[in-house]
Write a protein that binds this ligand. Structure first.
Ligand code: ARG
Length: 703
């Protein structure tokens, strides 16, 4: 028995489940038995008294959760940080606990109003006193952690809770003597798990399964080598025994109905200070500003959700609501993150949404030199599809060649600083690269209600359309194609061999012939099957007219490859009159450039196929310059490749029978992309019909 160790408890005279503020309380209102609760509490009290001193605080009528003294505050030495309960149902406990602490000689530290922190329920000292583990996500606010560090002069490690059943840190996490840790990993996000694993050696981590976790096995009281808890499986008891602990089970199911057990019912009020330990907190905060149709476009929700989902926390400092339908709103949001690393992740996503640091906070972008050709500094900022500006020597410089997944390279030119998106392999020693997330902003078009709802752009709402919407989409794509052609614009098509197999070849050929396509980006296969159809009437050996397999047809495509190889190129085969129609024929005769990018599975390949992938990527990128619209026709590989090279603002229409492909491509978070889940042959035939309608004299008169 260690007389020095003291716990604070509160008798369950007024305990009951009176309201619901956690999932355990649901369906349990007034379902706990007062007699059994008293009996269970006394047993726990009795067990603890054998190993420590137990102080009592007087229970109060009308505040039933006061039994859970873990939530009174957090004690270290003579300092206590008083709890600020999130829920009003428990706020009435605060003055009683405050009084007890004051009467017992503690210095009471009180957090600012509206900054919830629920005491030792959410903050657990490493049992060696080396640091404080602090939880956030449900009850306590991340922004309370820097106060804990300051007042208690200790390092704080922030852990994010993600399972609402384990809403307090002490429901799923229990530091034990000798550096052991009993915990339920699934209750934490992956970053927090990494933090835990970095600090606690594998042999010291006792990770429990869900079955033990829901019995509140982590909600245990540890005094030296004894661990008191509601219940543990045999396996867990054995594991703890091997680690040198003795488990004492004492039933507490009446308290489980309120979401608490052994640890919640106690507060350790003797926690020795370790002199060599000092404050340290990695929580970072930044203030960002968002402007636009924040409500109409859902931008504010997206931004706030993203902060939470990425492990941060926020406080809306002010929100100026635009009053008229056309006026924009502006919000200032304080973003907090448990570390710089997480902050960078959050901010780079917020930058994508158009957020900027507040002007008074503006700092230049951080540059680091490229030390090896083709390799960026570790912390390089990864570019996105959105027009970007970076702040250099106090000036915002527009980034050229915007594309996603690149680095932003800065070079000094006679005319000043030049910023450019580059893929990693193109980086050169002597260039500087933007790192971190400071001094970077993206220019987002404000997505207004009007733009989203206007006739013309209604399909451009980043959505995947169902079969029923195919026709509407076709009408709008046809309209766009005509407008672009008439204006001398540029349409690029990416296409896979399915276009041929589904009978879309002749339609695509017509689009090319009639001037709707300015460039074709594809692979070896579509060219082979297109010419197979043109020369032999089959596609992958299938008779395209009759829809049956032709004997020996599976060899057709090899014959075609062989023939084209004999002529030296597709163009020469066309010239020689071997290829008389089809997609490739139309490209050659109408001077529409095409790039065929090779892959590991290519037969042949055709002489035109670019098997040097780096060159193929460069040629694709070259073709994509100045594009107004991209039609992606059933080729996941080439379409994704193209998507990565394309900045926002370019309309993208992705057609595929596989919804996953369509979702992946149209989900760029930009309003200009649309997905259509349908048969590509059908899509192309509808598109041709629609274009015919648009150009028929009858329509010309009307339109
Ligand atoms: N009903 C209480 C609440 O939801 C239970 C508190 C349990 N305490 C704890 N330290 N986990 O606040």
């Amino acid at each position: 028995m260690s007389p020095r160790i003291r716990f604070l408890m509160c008798a369950p005279d007024h305990y009951d489940v009176d309201y619901v503020i956690n999932p355990w309380m649901e369906g349990n209102i007034h379902k706990s038995s007062p007699d059994r609760a008293v009996e269970q509490w006394q047993k726990l009290h009795f067990v603890l008294k054998e190993h420590a001193t137990v102080d009592l605080v007087a229970p109060q009528k009308g505040i039933p959760d006061m039994v859970f003294t873990a939530n009174a505050g957090l004690v270290l030495g003579q300092q206590v940080v008083l709890s600020r309960f999130l829920h009003k149902e428990r706020q009435g406990e605060e003055p009683y606990f405050k009084q007890w602490f004051e009467e017992n000689g503690y210095t009471v530290n009180e957090l600012p109003k509206d900054l919830p922190f629920e005491g030792a329920g959410d903050a657990l000292l490493d049992r060696e006193g080396r640091w404080l583990w602090a939880g956030y996500g449900f009850r306590s606010e991340l922004d309370s952690h820097p106060y804990l560090a300051k007042w208690l002069d200790i390092e704080v490690v922030s852990l994010r809770l993600i399972d609402e059943r384990f809403y307090h840190l002490d429901t799923c996490f229990c530091p034990l003597a000798n550096g052991y840790l009993l915990y339920y990993p699934a209750a934490f996000d992956s970053y927090s798990n990494r933090m835990i694993e970095m600090r606690v050696a594998p042999e010291k981590r006792i990770a429990i399964a869900e079955a033990d976790a829901v019995n509140f096995a982590c909600n245990a009281v540890n005094v030296e080598d004894i661990v008191v808890m509601n219940q543990a499986s045999d396996a867990l008891k054995a594991r703890l025994r091997d680690a040198g602990f003795q488990v004492i089970e004492t039933p507490l199911n009446e308290f489980l109905k309120a979401g608490g057990a052994a640890k919640c019912l106690t507060l350790r009020v003797t926690e020795p200070v370790r002199e060599e330990v000092h404050a340290n907190v990695s929580v970072e905060s930044r203030i960002i500003r968002l402007e636009g149709h924040l409500l109409d476009s859902g931008l504010i929700n997206r931004a706030l959700d993203l902060i939470i989902d990425t492990g941060g926390s926020f406080q809306v400092l002010n929100f100026n609501l635009g009053e008229q339908r056309q006026s924009t709103s502006a919000a200032e949001v304080k973003v907090s993150a448990p570390s710089h690393e997480v902050m960078e992740g959050i901010l780079s996503l917020l930058i994508d949404l158009g957020a900027v640091d507040l002007p008074q906070d503006e700092r230049d972008a951080i540059l680091e030199p490229v030390l090896q050709d083709g390799v960026a500094p570790d912390d390089f900022y990864v570019s996105t599809i959105y027009p970007t500006e970076v702040r250099i020597h106090g000036e915002w410089v527009r980034v050229d060649n915007q594309r996603m997944d690149g680095a932003i390279a800065i070079t000094q030119t006679p005319k000043g600083q030049k910023a450019e998106c580059k893929i990693l392999r193109d980086l050169l020693v002597g260039e500087q690269v933007i790192t971190d997330v400071l001094g970077i902003r993206t220019i987002r078009k404000t997505e207004s209600r009007e733009l989203r709802n206007s006739q013309e752009f209604s399909f451009m709402s980043s959505g995947v359309s169902s079969e029923r919407r195919v026709e509407i989409v076709v009408e709008q794509v046809a309209w766009e194609l005509r407008k672009i052609r008439d204006a001398g614009g540029k349409v690029v098509v990416t296409a896979g061999p399915v276009v041929i197999h589904t009978g879309g070849g002749e339609h695509l050929a017509r689009l090319i012939r009639e001037g709707y396509v300015q460039s074709l980006l594809a692979g070896n296969a579509i060219a082979v099957h297109d010419m197979e159809q043109s020369i032999m009437g089959t596609s992958l050996g299938m008779d395209m007219k009759r829809g049956v397999a032709v004997r020996g047809g599976h060899r057709h495509h090899l014959k075609i490859i062989n023939t084209i190889r004999r002529y030296g190129s597709i163009a020469k085969a066309v010239e020689a009159g071997v290829v008389k129609n089809g997609i490739m024929y139309e490209c050659v005769t109408n001077n529409v450039p095409f790039v065929l990018a090779g892959s590991i599975r290519d037969d042949g390949p055709l002489p035109d196929t670019q098997m040097d992938l780096i060159k193929a990527q460069e040629e694709y990128a070259q073709q994509l310059k100045g594009t107004d619209m991209i039609l992606m026709l059933s080729s996941m590989l080439h379409s994704i490749g193209v998507g990565n090279m394309t900045p926002s603002g370019v309309k993208m229409v992705c057609v595929d029978i596989n919804p996953a492909v369509v979702t992946k491509l149209s989900d760029r978070g930009s309003i200009e992309s649309v997905g259509v889940v349908t048969d590509v042959g059908l899509f192309l035939s509808l598109l041709i019909q629609q274009l015919d309608k648009l150009t028929s004299p009858y329509h010309a008169v009307v339109g």
